[in-house]
Design a protein around this ligand. Structure first.
Ligand SMILES: [Mn+2]
Length: 311
C-alpha cells in the first residue's frame, strides 16, 4: 500500500491537494505539511479550498486557491490527494476536481467511503499521524514547516492529547515532531488566539444553556440571535465541547439554525453513549463521541426530540 503512495508521489510532479470544507487543524495542518514535502522534492501541490481558514491556523501560512482561482490557472494535473475527508460531499463544488484523475484518499475516519483509486485509510488519531508514518517509512525528510503542520494536525484532532484516539503511536509521532518546531509559538498561536468576537458569541450562546435530566446539556444559536449580535464572523467551533466539559453532562448538544425550520445538531458524549447511532438515525454521521445531523422542525420540537431520544 505504501509503495503505491510512493509511486504516485515520485511519478508525478504536480498535485491537487483537497482539504475538507469547514476546515480544521488536521485537514489544514496535513495539507500544509504535504505541500511543503512536495516543494522540497521540487514538486508542486495546489491546495484548493473555498472556505476561510480559522484564525488560530493562520500562522501556518496555508496558501490556498479557491476553485475559481484554480480553474483560471487550470493545469493538466493528473493526481488529487484528499486529506481527512470521509466522503465526497466534504468537497462541495470542488468534487469536479476528482473527475478523470488518480485520486489518493488519505483518511482516518473508519466510515470512509473509499472513493479513491488508492484508499489509504487507517484508524489513527489524525491524518497528521498517518502522514508522519508515511513520510517516516519512505525516509522523506521532515523539516520544521512539515513538522509544524503535522504537529498541529495531531494536537487539534486529539483535543491536545486528551481524547481516547491518542495512542502510544500518537505520542511517538508527537515526540518526534516536538523538537523540530517552535513549541511555545505553535501552542500559543493554536490555543491562546481566541478573538474578542468569539468570546461575545460564546457568552450569548451560553445564556441558552439548559441541563435536562441532569445529563443532557443543550445550547442553541438562532439566526435572530446572530442578527442581534452583528458580528463579522460567526465561529461556533468548540462550543459544544465546552458543554461536554460540565461535570454532570454526559451528552452535549449544540443546535444551530440553518434556515427557518432547519437546524444543524452537533452531538458530543462522554463515556459510553454512542452519539453516532443517534445522528445516523437522522441521516447524519460521525464518531461514537462526536457526531452531527441536520433536522427539520422548530427549535422546541428538536430539543424535546433529542431529550426524549437520549432518555
Ligand atoms: Mn481528522
Amino acid at each position: 500500500m505504501i509503495t503505491k503512495i510512493r509511486n504516485v508521489i515520485e511519478n508525478n510532479s504536480e498535485f491537487i491537494i483537497l482539504p475538507h470544507k469547514s476546515p480544521d487543524g488536521d485537514t489544514i495542518g496535513s495539507s500544509v505539511a504535504l505541500e511543503r514535502l512536495l516543494k522540497n522534492m521540487n514538486k508542486k501541490g495546489y491546495i484548493v479550498l473555498n472556505d476561510e481558514i480559522p484564525l488560530n491556523l493562520h500562522f501556518l501560512n496555508c496558501k490556498v486557491y479557491t476553485l475559481e482561482e484554480f480553474e483560471k490557472i487550470n493545469l493538466n494535473i493528473e493526481t488529487v490527494i484528499t486529506l481527512d475527508s470521509s466522503d465526497i460531499s466534504r468537497f462541495e463544488n470542488r468534487v469536479k476536481l476528482l473527475e478523470n484523475k488518480t485520486v489518493v484518499n488519505i483518511d482516518h475516519h473508519i466510515t470512509n467511503m473509499n472513493y479513491g483509486d488508492i484508499n489509504y485509510v487507517f484508524e489513527a488519531s489524525s491524518v497528521g499521524e498517518i502522514l508522519f508514518n508515511i513520510f517516516t517509512n519512505l525516509n522523506y525528510e521532515i523539516d520544521e514547516k512539515i513538522a509544524e503542520g503535522l504537529y498541529v494536525a495531531i494536537s487539534t484532532d486529539t483535543g491536545s492529547f486528551k481524547y481516547t484516539n491518542t495512542t502510544t503511536d500518537t505520542f511517538f509521532a508527537a515526540s518526534k515532531l516536538r523538537d523540530k518546531i517552535d513549541f511555545e509559538k505553535v501552542n500559543t498561536e493554536l490555543y491562546q488566539n481566541i478573538s474578542y468576537e468569539d468570546v461575545i458569541l460564546s457568552n450569548t450562546v451560553f445564556e441558552t444553556l439548559k441541563i435536562y435530566n441532569e445529563k443532557v446539556g443543550i445550547i442553541y444559536l438562532t439566526n435572530e440571535m446572530i442578527d442581534e449580535l452583528n458580528l463579522e464572523v460567526i465561529n461556533t467551533d468548540g462550543l459544544v465541547e465546552k458543554v461536554r466539559n460540565i461535570n454532570e453532562v454526559e451528552v452535549a448538544i449544540f443546535i444551530k439554525e440553518i434556515n427557518e425550520n432547519l437546524f444543524k445538531v452537533s452531538l458530543r458524549s462522554k463515556y459510553d453513549f454512542d452519539v453516532a447511532k443517534l445522528a445516523f438515525k437522522y441521516s447524519g454521521g460521525g464518531h461514537k463521541k462526536a457526531a452531527g445531523c441536520a433536522i427539520e422542525g422548530s427549535l422546541e420540537e428538536i430539543i424535546e426530540l433529542f431529550v426524549n431520544e437520549i432518555k
